[in-house]
Design a protein around this ligand. Structure first.
Ligand code: SF4
Length: 365
C-alpha cells in the first residue's frame, strides 16, 4: 500500500463569498446525499491500495453536509485506507459549527479542525461578505474543545478593506486568547471572475506596501505569541504544523477526490475537472509528470526550513546542483535568503516576493 495524504473536496456552501474561487455550489439536500454516496463508492473502490497517513476535508464547506454524512465518508475511509492516519482535519465554518456533533466526529477519526475566522473585526467580516461573527468563533472553539479535539487552526486574512495594524492586532489577540494551536494567514487575492474582481476599484483595499507591512507585522507578532512560522502563510505551536499540508510542500504523494481535486501519485499529476459529472464518471485529467527539481525547489522554498542538501539527496539520489547554492548565496547579500551549511531558505523579505526569488534561483546558470 502506498502512503499518501488523502484530500476530500466537499463542494457545497450556503452562499458564495465574493472573493472565493474554490469550486463550490449552493447547498442542496439531494445533491449532498448523491455526492456523499458517490464519494463513499469511490473511496471503497480503492480499498487496499493506499494507506492514508493524513486526511483533509476541504471545500467548499465540509461541515455543511452534516455530521451523519461526514461519518459515512469517514467510515468508508477507515475501512479502505489503512489504519495509520495520524491527522484528520475537517474544515468547519463558524456559523455551521453549532450543527455539528464534534464528539461523534472525533470518535470517527477527526482530530484537527480548521476554521475560517478571517478577522475578529465585524467591519472586516462584513467587507469579506462572511456570514459569521467573531462571537460565533468563540462558541465554536469552545464546542470543539469540549469534544476533546484540541488541535484547532484558524484562518486570518491580510489585506482586507480598511484593515490596519491595529485591527490586525485585535484579530491576532483574539486568536491568542482562544488558545489555539495553528494559524494560517493568507493575503487576500483578487481572483479573476469573482464578484470581488468586478468591484475591485470600489473596494478601498490596502495598497501593496501596506499589505507587506501587515504581513511582516503578522510574522513578528505571531512569533512573540509562540506561533513559529513554518511556511509562507502558516504558523503553529511546536509540533502542531499541518502534517497534511506538509506533504504538498515536501512533494510527497497525495490523492484528491472530488471536483477540482488534484493528485500526485507515482510521479504523475492528475485532477478532476471542476464539475460533478467528471467526478461521478470518475474521469481525471492527466496533468503531466511531477516531482521535478524545479517543482521540488519551488515547493520546499515555501517552507521556513527551505532546501536541505541532505533531504534533496534523499529525494533525488544526487547532490543539489551547485548553481542553486551559489545563487542563494548572492541573494542572501540582498536579504532575500538565509544560507546555512546544509542548504538555504527564504527570509521574511524573500517570502514577500517569493515568486520572483524562486524564479531567480531556478534560472541560475
Ligand atoms: S465558505 Fe469558503 S469555500 Fe465557501 S464560498 Fe466562502 S470562502 Fe469559498
Amino acid at each position: 500500500m502506498r502512503n499518501i495524504g488523502l484530500y476530500i473536496h466537499i463542494p457545497f456552501c450556503r452562499g458564495k463569498c465574493p472573493y472565493c474561487d474554490f469550486f463550490s455550489v449552493n447547498w442542496d439536500r439531494n445533491a449532498v446525499e448523491k455526492y456523499t454516496q458517490a464519494l463513499c463508492r469511490k473511496i471503497e473502490s480503492l480499498k487496499g491500495r493506499y494507506n492514508a497517513e493524513t486526511v483533509y476535508f476541504g471545500g467548499g464547506t465540509p461541515s455543511s453536509i452534516g455530521t451523519q454524512n461526514m461519518i459515512k465518508i469517514l467510515n468508508s475511509i477507515n475501512s479502505s485506507f489503512g489504519k495509520s492516519c495520524v491527522e484528520c482535519t475537517l474544515e468547519v465554518n463558524p456559523e455551521s459549527a453549532k450543527e455539528q456533533d464534534f464528539k461523534l466526529l472525533k470518535e470517527a477519526g477527526v482530530n484537527r479542525i480548521s476554521m475560517g475566522l478571517q478577522s475578529a473585526n465585524e467591519n472586516e467580516l462584513k467587507a469579506l461578505g462572511r456570514k459569521h461573527s467573531a462571537e460565533d468563533v468563540v462558541k465554536a472553539v469552545s464546542m470543539i474543545k469540549s469534544s476533546g479535539i484540541s488541535n484547532i487552526s484558524l484562518d486570518l486574512m491580510l489585506g482586507i478593506s480598511e484593515q490596519t495594524e491595529e485591527s490586525l492586532e485585535r484579530s491576532i489577540l483574539f486568536c491568542q486568547e482562544l488558545d489555539i494551536s495553528h494559524i494560517s494567514a493568507y493575503m487576500l487575492k483578487i481572483e479573476p471572475g469573482t464578484p470581488y474582481s468586478r468591484q475591485k476599484n470600489s473596494l478601498s483595499l490596502p495598497d501593496e506596501d501596506t499589505v507587506c507591512d501587515l504581513y511582516e507585522y503578522t510574522v513578528q507578532r505571531l512569533k512573540k505569541s509562540g506561533f513559529a512560522q513554518y511556511e509562507i502563510s502558516n504558523f503553529s505551536k511546536p509540533g502542531l504544523e499541518s502534517r497534511h499540508n506538509l506533504k504538498y510542500w515536501n512533494c510527497e504523494e497525495y490523492l484528491g477526490l472530488g471536483p477540482g481535486a488534484h493528485s500526485f501519485i507515482n510521479k504523475n499529476r492528475f485532477y478532476y475537472e471542476r464539475n460533478f459529472d467528471s467526478f461521478f464518471a470518475d474521469i481525471t485529467v492527466n496533468d503531466g509528470k511531477g516531482g521535478s527539481e524545479d517543482e521540488y525547489i519551488t515547493m520546499r522554498l515555501r517552507l521556513s526550513d527551505g532546501i536541505s542538501k541532505t533531504e534533496f539527496k534523499r529525494y533525488f539520489g544526487y547532490d543539489i546542483p551547485q548553481k542553486y547554492i551559489d545563487k542563494a548565496a548572492k541573494l542572501e547579500k540582498l536579504g532575500y535568503t538565509v544560507c546555512t551549511q546544509n542548504g538555504f531558505s527564504l527570509s521574511v523579505k524573500g517570502f514577500l516576493i517569493s515568486n520572483t526569488i524562486i524564479t531567480e534561483i531556478l534560472t541560475a546558470k
